[in-house]
Design a protein around this ligand. Structure first.
Ligand code: BTN
Length: 266
């Protein structure tokens, strides 16, 4: 696969901020780490860091994020952190809504749903679906704050052109890619531009109106409501039914707020 083409990305950008500066390295430890250290060297909000391969790609709870060289999207954006540092996590929801919207509009045949807090799942094509089966992970978002500045990095990994053999066990059964879903190769540059356009749009909404419109959109883009889930918060494991996403962006399970942890849809 050829390296990601920055000019192609820029051709479809409608943003004034996100993606106006794009940095690319064929291989890096992690685009989130790269963006976080870039901030120390003067990188500004809106700058984008892309690679074709990560040697230390990571997700929430320090899990490894695997991605075959040159096939997928490994991208981090620099953004202003909300003034209240407790709200940084809300940028994950902003990004989720934006990236779901971008992917759903590029690939209307796919059923892409948000899973709290930071996943995009894809379900088998609606028309082929006989009964509800489990969604597979298409993308993950990792939002991290800079250690001393009011700046955040939004990292996203999107499985674009990975094939079955690119996924290692045990990830294989739980992961999906756009190409596996639609059955043909996917242009990464188009997906990146669409994601940046959508992120800028939803970030402006968040700036103007706070979490409320994001929450409404998030609820429209998830099928978690009313589902039974297992929530693992450290040693604590509880099972219950998802009732809501509260006004601060926390999941509500059996009337109780879930602040962090892993949520498994049962
Ligand atoms: C998760 O599922 O827990 C989040 C995964 C986030 C992975 C992306 S890939 C680009 C960026 N760089 C990283 O090291 N992580 C994020």
């Amino acid at each position: 696969m050829p390296a990601v083409d920055i000019l192609q990305i820029k051709k479809n950008l409608k943003t004034s901020r996100f993606g106006q500066a794009i940095h690319f390295e064929p291989s890096i430890d992690s685009t989130n780490n790269w963006a976080l250290s870039g901030i120390d060297f003067g990188a500004k909000c809106g700058e984008v860091f892309l690679t074709d391969f990560q040697t230390r790609g990571h997700g929430r709870q320090d899990r490894v994020w695997e991605s075959t060289k040159g096939k997928n999207i490994l991208m981090s954006l620099i953004d202003e952190a909300p003034r209240d540092s407790g709200k940084i996590f809300q940028l994950t929801l902003v990004a989720g809504v934006a990236f779901q919207e971008a992917l759903a509009s590029l690939f209307p045949s796919l059923d892409i749903q948000l899973k709290w807090p930071n996943d995009l799942l894809v379900y088998p094509e609606r028309e082929k679906q006989v009964e509800r089966v489990k969604g597979k992970k298409l993308a993950g978002i990792l939002c991290e704050k800079h250690s001393s500045r009011p700046t955040a990095v939004i990292g996203v990994g999107i499985n674009v052109n990975s094939t079955e053999k690119d996924f290692s066990e045990p990830v294989g059964g739980l992961a999906a890619s756009l190409t596996l879903q639609i059955g043909s190769p996917v242009n990464r540059e188009e997906v990146i531009s669409a994601c940046l356009n959508a992120y800028e749009k939803w970030r402006k909404e968040y700036d103007r109106f706070g979490l409320n419109p994001i929450r409404t959109a998030w609820l429209e883009k998830t099928d978690m409501m009313g589902k039974k889930v297992r929530v693992i918060e450290g040693e604590k494991i509880v099972e219950g039914t998802v009732n809501d996403l509260d006004k601060d962006g926390f999941l509500v399970v059996d009337g109780k707020k879930v602040i962090s942890g892993d949520v498994i849809i049962l």
